[in-house]
Design a protein around this ligand. Sequence first.
Ligand SMILES: [Zn+2]
Length: 350
Amino acid sequence: MNFYRYFWIFLLLINYTLFSQSIDSNFTLVIDPGHGGKDPGNTGNGYLEKKIALNIGLKIGERLKKYRNISVIYTRKTDVFVDLHKRAKIANDVQADLFISIHCDAHTSNAYGAGTFVLGLHANERNFKIAQKENSVIFLEDDYQQKYEGFDPNNPESVISLVLMQEDYLDKSIVAANFIQKSFVNRLKRRDRTVKQAGFLVLRNTFMPSVLVETGFLTNKNEGSYLNSNKGQNEMADAISEAIINYFDALDNPPKSFENLTQIDKYEFKIQISASKRLLPLKSYNFNGLTNLSVRKVGSIYKYFFGLTTNYNEAKKLLKKSKSSGYKSSFIVLEKNGKPYDLDKYLNEI
Ligand SMILES: [Zn+2]
């Protein structure tokens, strides 16, 4: 009998340590519900991004209230317009440990799924478009030209000039983003739009680990109504707060696998120009004048590639070039983290 009693106490203790993570240090979290006031954000299917982002933000704060080591600060708690500089300043002034900006996405297609972003250069057009949309709010601000030093959200070059002032915080931002993204996918079974880098202005001026979540697409009928519902907003808040707790807990007690969490999937495109049983020196005279060549041995066959880029549109240009150089049946191949990856699957995902 005693054995069972002790066994139950043992189980309870395990439960306790598993579910009431010991956050020893004090953490300050800044929750930034996107848009507000005169800026509704996107209005896909008639839903209001500013309202959904605010509801989810407030619900996250409510859930974290019970952790006495976490103090929560908001950039807005009501339907007001706050400019992007001000949002970053609020977080900098309290020297927050984490800044999380909450948004909903929109697209002309039926796209759906949840994604998490950290500041960086966007590897593809789509990420640029998302950042462009979220950044365009500065046109509603007074004196935006002075405040953002000639920054033009519509110009990719301008975005490249985003110095990675956040570089020091990038690793931790990616860890936080990975926790959030995992929570969306594992807990809520949302479609995984993965952790990505893009040039979000609101993340540029915060001097702390910072992430931006696109909780889903209001333009998608199902996802829009889910995000607009109380149920959807509660579940999103559950998932995000759980991830934040896990992140703070990991800062206190870095897990062995911490390194895995600082990775972002890397996608690279190349053009396969030919395949042969012979190993040819990678000289341009062997390949109709093309340079930037590489080779991979698959079984007994050598596959020859031209070019290397992280940008799909760039890859299409490379393909044109290889075709015009005589490689009529060349095609684009994709590698994810250095391993071949199905291009159609990738295109479907984005
Ligand atoms: Zn937004």
